[in-house]
Ligand binder design. Structure first.
Ligand code: ADP
Length: 396
């Protein structure tokens, strides 16, 4: 089954065509600046050169239509009838969606209903669904939610210490994100270990520009670091992560910014970017500066590393132990430097880093020494493949 995976943002659209059975990637690309000037599409059909061109994209329907044209023009498919299904990445499923679902009008309505939880993302996701429905009538579509995997968290993990009615009336609670990745990686770890997914305790560290940690016990997510929105938890590329809520009031008073202005600072000007005095949000730049002895970079990276270590300790306690730790996403898969800083602080767990193995980039690998009490892995995530597999599983 050939599945077109769509990840539709407010001004961008990422796409991949995947053979869900052979797990082969056939085509991938990106539309940028949709609805803005100088919009462009770039794509690569497997085995061919990358194509990049500037084309007017006033709306998402135009973008989807250009993707479909590119699929045939590039030879990725001979005709559009080869596309068997579409899998859509949906950011927020609220409490309504605990797993992926086949999309119908009722599902679209339910995604709309939880839109106030993700006002930037869900409406864009729905626009993507509608555009595909119009241009590919009759092709079945599946919604895969970033939040669904975390719906198994117990009340004690997802409730905030707020008036309970805020939860029951407004849905204010921890939801967690990157669920597709945490699910995919934790399953992979069980597979590599040759253990039953239902009887293993894994901590997944998804460290990218956005970053989150999750605790997966006996096949279920029991806690995760992101909250109502992706702003909570770890210090990230540009996001602050967890702070005392009073900080918001204090920044407002000191700078004269309104709440929207402060939220912009917390989302876009904080994290390792802000902490480093704006050196960069990219860990490659920070790593280089760190090695050169740049104090600002050292401060930012050390704060980031400390938070990851702290969550690992907390989640080991929450699960009553931990069997495996996995690193994934841009930083987790590629930066041996950051992994080493983290793992070297996990002596409590009797983990010794295998320095040679830790040189790995973007490959599945055990990076702890044999005899370590907890096995530490690098496991590349593949959210698009997970979406394609879910789509296939629901439709086959
Ligand atoms: P997101 O999907 O949240 O945008 P990714 O998972 O793609 O993020 O991760 C992107 C980040 O990964 C980049 O900002 C960069 O900091 C980091 N990264 C990628 N390659 C490397 C590398 N070789 N060394 C260190 N960091 C890297």
């Amino acid at each position: 089954m050939k599945v077109l995976v769509i990840n539709c943002g407010s001004s961008s659209l990422k796409f991949q065509l995947i053979d869900a059975q052979s797990q082969e990637l056939l085509f991938k690309g990106l539309c940028e600046r949709i609805g803005i000037d100088h919009s462009q599409i770039s794509y690569t059909a497997t085995g061919s050169e990358k194509v990049k061109k500037e084309v007017a994209m006033p709306d998402h329907k135009t973008a989807v239509s250009l993707v479909l044209t590119a699929l045939t023009e590039s030879g990725a498919v001979a005709s559009l009838s080869e596309i068997d299904a579409v899998g859509h990445r949906i950011v927020h499923g609220g409490e309504k969606f605990t797993s992926s679902v086949v999309i119908d009008e009722e599902v679209i309505g339910a995604i709309e209903e939880v839109s106030d939880l993700a006002p930037l993302h869900n409406p864009a996701n729905i626009i993507g669904i509608r555009a595909c429905m119009e241009l590919m009538p009759g092709v079945p579509m599946v919604a895969v939610f970033d939040t669904a995997f975390h719906q198994t968290m117990p009340e004690e993990a997802y409730l905030y210490g707020l008036p309970y009615s805020y939860y029951t009336e407004y849905g204010i609670r921890r939801y967690g994100f990157h669920g597709t990745s945490h699910s995919y990686v934790s399953k992979k770890v069980a597979e590599i270990e040759g253990k039953d997914y239902e009887s293993i305790k894994t901590i997944v560290c998804h460290l990218g520009n956005g970053a989150s940690v999750s605790a997966v016990k006996n096949g279920k997510c029991v806690d995760t670091s992101m909250g109502l929105t992706p702003l909570e938890g770890l210090i990230m590329g540009t996001r602050s992560g967890a702070i005392d809520p009073s900080v918001v009031e204090m920044i407002e008073k000191k700078t004269g910014k309104d709440t929207a202005g402060v939220m912009n600072v917390l989302n876009k000007e904080s994290g390792v970017y802000g902490l480093s005095g704006n050196i960069s949000s990219d860990f490659r730049d920070l790593e280089d500066a760190y090695i050169e002895g740049n104090e600002n970079a050292i401060r930012a990276v050390d704060c980031f590393v400390y938070q990851v270590v702290k969550y690992i300790g907390a989640y080991a306690a929450a699960m009553g132990g931990v069997d495996c730790i996995a690193f994934t996403a841009g930083v987790g898969e590629n930066s041996g430097f950051i992994r080493k800083l983290i793992v070297n602080r996990l002596g409590l767990f009797d983990i010794t880093l295998n320095e040679e193995a830790n040189k790995v980039r973007g490959e599945e690998k055990l990076i702890s020494m044999p005899g370590s009490k907890v096995n530490v892995y690098v496991v590349p995530t593949n959210e698009e493949l997970a979406i394609a597999k879910d789509t296939y599983a629901l439709l086959a």
